[in-house]
Each structure stands twice: as structure tokens, then as C-alpha cells.
Ligand binder design. Structure first.
Ligand SMILES: Cc1cc2nc3c(=O)[nH]c(=O)nc-3n(C[C@H](O)[C@H](O)[C@H](O)COP(=O)(O)OP(=O)(O)OC[C@H]3O[C@@H](n4cnc5c(N)ncnc54)[C@H](O)[C@@H]3O)c2cc1C
Length: 228
């Protein structure tokens, strides 16, 4: 970690560091806020930049989506041309679930975050609230494996809410191995031994049903690799 820079503090993290728990612990225990918001989301620093990690704004509103790019100042990358370069925030062309890393085969080596000093107790309060919010809606990471949210959020509507309106919350695939999570319809959980094809079938069912009954297009925010 570097010394204070104005009212911000720069923190440089290796791309393999885990945002949750390691980096959040290291920064919060030094009274630095900005990354604490993404508590509970499994991701390394490299994966977080690739995806532009996001989560809902703090209570009471929980309406705005916050993105990790808001605290990314720059990075060291190994470009697809084989050159080590320092790049700024704008290089990544961040968007929802998007950065330039989706187009280019650059490897992120480390990332510099711009964090704000804040009382540790205050940061820990937000952490507790965010973890509680996730616990209420998300499956326990260890009990019910999942890929997190399946569909992109439709601003002001919510993909899960649409699936729920169609009566699919809690739907279990005929194999009995996969289910639309009973507490949050935008998550599909593995009940044990689920195949990628089971998950894919549930995704298609949700897309077709929501389109037919409510007229909305659900766009997956996860990637698909291989054949199903
Ligand atoms: C239960 C659960 C809940 C989730 N909740 C959320 C959430 O609330 N918000 C959210 O935004 N996401 C959420 N996610 C999604 C997930 O955390 C992200 O996709 C994250 O980016 C995965 O990080 P990873 O380090 O495991 O990356 P991986 O899965 O290993 O890789 C993801 C992609 O990043 C690329 N990548 C990784 N490291 C580098 C690097 N150093 N340089 C270049 N490219 C790299 C990989 O090539 C790959 O294409 C959730 C996932 C799960 C399983």
C-alpha cells in the first residue's frame, strides 16, 4: 500500500489476490473504504476488472448499481502483443459486465485502486449489512453451489422479479438436480450432480416464459463454453 495521496489512498493489488475476503480485509483493517462494498462476491482482482464487478448501492435505497470501476485508477497489464504497460482506468472501457478484456487477450498483472479513508467501524457496518442482504436472498455458497446471478439486471424491473411473476421461482428441473432458487429467482442452484445441460435448459425455459408472458428479453450475464 502506498502513502496517502490527497484525500485518497492508492492501493496496488496483484491480480491473483482475492477481493473477497483477502483484499477487503486488508483495506478495511487499515480504514480504507471502496472495496468493502463488494463483500460476499467470489472474485480475484483480475476477474473483478474483467467483469467490472457490481453490486447494489448501500441502504436504504439499494437502487443504483455500483461498479468496481468507480475505484479503479489504473493497472499494469501484459498486452496481447507481449508488452508490459501501465494503463489508466479509461483503457478498460468499462460497462455493465464488460471491460476491454472481453475483446483483447491482455493479462492484468496488478490493479491500482483509489480508496477513501473512513472509520473502520463504519466500513464494517456496511459489510455486515451487505452480507445480511446477500444471506437473505442468495444461496449459501457452500450448501448450494451456483454461478451467481444468471441474467442481467433490467434497470428498475429486476430479472428475478419477472421470473417470479411467471411462477417459476422454486422450479425444479425434471432431473431433480437443479432449481431456480426459492428465495431469488435470478439464481439457479445445483441440488447435487447438476449437469451444465440442466442449467442451460432452465435458462431457456425462463427466457421463453418471460418473453411469452411479459414481453421482456432476459440477457444472460454468465458466459457459455462448450456444447450442451
Ligand atoms: C455465488 C456467486 C455470486 C456472484 N455475485 C456477483 C455479484 O453480486 N456481482 C458481480 O458482479 N458478480 C458476481 N458474481 C460473478 C463473479 O464473481 C465474477 O464473474 C468474477 O469476475 C469471477 O472472478 P474469478 O476471479 O473467479 O474469475 P474467473 O472465473 O477465473 O475468470 C473470469 C474471467 O476473467 C478473466 N480473468 C481473470 N483474471 C484475469 C487477469 N488477471 N487478466 C485478464 N483476465 C482475467 C478470465 O480469463 C475469465 O474470462 C458471482 C458469482 C458467484 C459464483
Amino acid at each position: 500500500m502506498n502513502a496517502r495521496h490527497g484525500i485518497h489512498v492508492r492501493v496496488r493489488a496483484g491480480s491473483g489476490a482475492k477481493v473477497y475476503i483477502d483484499l477487503i480485509d486488508a483495506t478495511v483493517s487499515r480504514g480504507l473504504g471502496g472495496l468493502h462494498h463488494y463483500v460476499g462476491i467470489p472474485s480475484t482482482v483480475g476477474g473483478a476488472v474483467w467483469q467490472n464487478l457490481h453490486f447494489l448501492s448501500p441502504p436504504p435505497e439499494r437502487e443504483r448499481t455500483m461498479f468496481i470501476e468507480e475505484v479503479v485508477e489504473g493497472a499494469t497489464i501484459l498486452t496481447e502483443e507481449g508488452e508490459v504497460r501501465e494503463v489508466g482506468h479509461d483503457y478498460f472501457r468499462f460497462g455493465y459486465d464488460y471491460s476491454i478484456l472481453h475483446e483483447r487477450k491482455d493479462v492484468v498483472l496488478d490493479v491500482t485502486f483509489r480508496l477513501d479513508p473512513a472509520p473502520e467501524e463504519e466500513l464494517r457496518r456496511v459489510i455486515r449489512e451487505n452480507l445480511q442482504w446477500r444471506d437473505d436472498k442468495h444461496p449459501d455458497l457452500w450448501l448450494y453451489p451456483s454461478a451467481g446471478s444468471i441474467f442481467q439486471k433490467l434497470e428498475g424491473i429486476g430479472a428475478g422479479r419477472l421470473i417470479d411473476q411467471c411462477g417459476l421461482k422454486g422450479y425444479i428441473h425434471p432431473s431433480g438436480r437443479a432449481q431456480i432458487f426459492h428465495k431469488h429467482a435470478n439464481i439457479i442452484v445445483n441440488l447435487g450432480g447438476a449437469k451444465a445441460a440442466d442449467i442451460r435448459a432452465i435458462i431457456e425455459l425462463a427466457q421463453e416464459t418471460v418473453k411469452r408472458e411479459l414481453g421482456y428479453d432476459l440477457k444472460p450475464e454468465i458466459g457459455f463454453i462448450g456444447e450442451f
